[in-house]
Design a protein around this ligand. Structure first.
Ligand code: KG4
Length: 358
């Protein structure tokens, strides 16, 4: 077999990304982020799909040029089929279909969440440490919070590049995702969107024990963050009432370090909730290979907690490089490569989907 060259396209939310992978090694990964949503405090779906339409051609063109690959050298096109915003997914899916059809090459559909997990297998040339099967992956993003069992009895040898591993969700949020909790609480504090990185920044100067918020009490390995969000909101509302402040800004002017302490306490609570369930799963299933993936894995407190739990419970921990935490096409290319090797292609009439489990 000649070289296997995969072009991957990711357009599930507000990042247009394209990547080129050759024989399992990443050659390029180009992402255009959309600033248009900042003033609205969240992603506006219609604006997102229009921005994808503007970005997709230059992003794909740049990814091919940076990789030094001509489109006639492509073996297949991998694309994110879902979950995500339907209008956004339609742009990437339609582009992938059109290009694959015109080049006469196969299409590979990739589940966005499985892509996040596969970020741990992206190789940029130098050797990378990869989790061994079975492993647990805490998948935390703006739309999802899940504990995924990767591999297990049917796992193939992904490390040797042969199969997509089996993925089973053993726990997930029953309401808001962790990233959503970060973003919504940040909005209450008047911080820009997305609020996660801002909370992370302010938390560094705050006291994580300054405020105590209600923690969920959910059975098994499932999560819940909507009660925590309400508790955060009520804490601020009560402080404003007691102080007679009409706004959060007025309150912050009266209480030193208020925003920093709120951010540190919120971040501490979210991480505590995430890690305690993950520890329970690892203990019950007797698994010591533990990974984290998704946008929230960029959080410095969560990264520290992973290292700390690793030492305490003798876990082998895997934290992806920053570039592969938020949405990117490199992870889609990696998943697409393994599916290509498995001969797992999709039909030209496959349609995107907004919601799914893994
Ligand atoms: O995976 P991702 O890029 O997009 C989705 O597929 O959802 O995740 C975006 C989420 C947002 O909620 C954002 O606030 C959060 O990841 N995030 C963070 C940090 N960086 C990004 N949350 C907390 N701390 C961070 N440093």
């Amino acid at each position: 077999m000649g070289k296997i060259v995969i072009l991957a396209i990711e357009s599930s939310c507000d990042d247009t990304s394209a990547a080129v992978l050759c024989d399992g090694v990443l050659l390029s990964n180009v992402t255009a982020s959309q600033k248009v949503h900042e003033e609205f405090g969240g992603v506006v779906p219609e604006l997102a799909s229009r921005a994808h339409q503007l970005n997709i051609l230059p992003v794909v063109d740049t990814a091919l040029k940076r990789a030094g690959v001509d489109k006639k050298d492509l073996s297949a096109i991998a694309f994110t089929r879902g979950p995500g915003l339907l209008g956004s997914l339609l742009v990437g899916t339609s582009f992938a279909k059109g290009l694959a059809l015109s080049l006469g090459i196969p299409l590979v559909e990739v589940n966005h969440l499985q892509g996040h997990v596969m970020a741990h297998f992206v190789r940029t040339g130098e050797a990378v440490r990869q989790p061994k099967f079975p492993f647990l992956c805490l998948l935390v993003s703006g739309g999802n919070s899940q504990i995924v069992l990767v591999g297990g009895e049917t796992a193939g040898a992904v490390g040797s590049g042969m199969h997509m591993p089996k993925m089973t969700i053993i726990g997930q949020t029953i309401d808001d995702a962790a990233g959503e909790a970060f973003d919504k609480c940040a909005k209450v504090l008047g911080l820009p969107y997305p609020g996660g990185p801002w909370i992370d920044k302010l938390a560094k100067q705050g006291n994580p024990k300054a405020f105590v918020f209600a923690e969920p009490n959910i059975a098994g390995y499932d999560y819940s963050f909507s009660g925590l969000k309400t508790s955060f909101l009520y804490t601020i509302r009560d402080l404003m009432k007691a102080d007679g402040s009409p706004t959060v800004e007025a309150l912050a002017a009266h209480i030193p370090n208020l925003k920093e302490d709120l951010c540190a306490s919120l971040q501490y609570t979210i991480i505590d909730v995430l890690m305690r369930k993950l520890r329970k799963a690892a203990k019950d299933l007797k698994i010591n290979q533990v990974a984290v993936a998704g946008g929230v894995s960029a959080n410095s407190g969560l990264r520290e907690a992973f290292l700390d739990y690793g030492k305490r419970y003798k876990w082998d921990v895997f934290i992806p490089p920053f570039a592969f935490t938020t949405d990117n096409a490199a992870m889609i290319a990696q998943a697409g490569y393994y599916k290509f090797l498995d001969g797992d292609f999709c039909a030209i009439d496959e349609v995107p989907f907004a919601k799914t489990t893994i």
